[in-house]
Design a protein around this ligand. Sequence first.
Ligand code: XBP
Ligand code: MG
Length: 263
Amino acid sequence: MSSLEALIFDVDGTLSDTERDGHRVAFNRAFADAGLSWDWSVETYGELLAITGGKERIRHYLDNYNPDFSMPENLDEYIAGLHAAKTAHYIKLLENAEIPLRPGVERLLNEAREAGLRLAIATTTTPVNVTTLLKSTLGEESLDWFEVIAAGDIVPQKKPAADIYDYALEHMSIDAANCIAFEDSRNGIISSHGANLKTIITTNAYTEKHDFTGACMVVDSMGDDSTAMHVIDGHQTELPSMTIELVKEIHAQCEFLAVNDNE
Ligand code: XBP
Ligand code: MG
């Protein structure tokens, strides 16, 4: 049996609840700056999250929600400009410490480091969004906790493609069997499973109804002193939080069963 050596984390929705009050707000501010009347409501944004990646999401919105918009000649450049403005707004929100980590995340990262486990990140979001979130919540030194921060456009295809997890695994020169991934969404688990990674899910308001077939365990948070973890599916425990001992137990007992993204 392969032992657990590394934890690989998604960011948006997993380390932090960034979408509704972070990314969404930043998109809307960028649209307003550009003189556009587009305003993504909490509900609409939930639908748009089916498309990962901010630039891809804007394009999907134009194609499917706003087809009457008269497209500028160089649409790629136009979208890239909007997205750069969105990133600047998002960074400001992070730097103002308006977006905290989810319950139990800091504790779990510290426990993992104490246990000598390796850490990595595999996310769709723009790299500076990840480094700024880490700095603003855990301090500058936390950037060194992660062997690789695999993010954004460094791979050809974003989640649900497996590219970003494959990239992280390759950079760590580690076998997927010795790792476990933490995700919050169906696109996320399709991606991690595509890289042959056993996966633990922490749900949030946008993803709690997703299909997580094949996950080792589905919980509503990692749990901390003020917020108990609740098990939704998979591996069972009475513990009120995701401890490293529990992660090791899950990794040892979970049978890898990849989800089929065609279903
Ligand atoms: C995260 C995303 C990201 C962010 C926006 O998905 O979909 O696109 O919403 O980030 P995951 P950018 O958690 O599955 O990685 O605007 O920087 O692309
Ligand atoms: Mg996510």
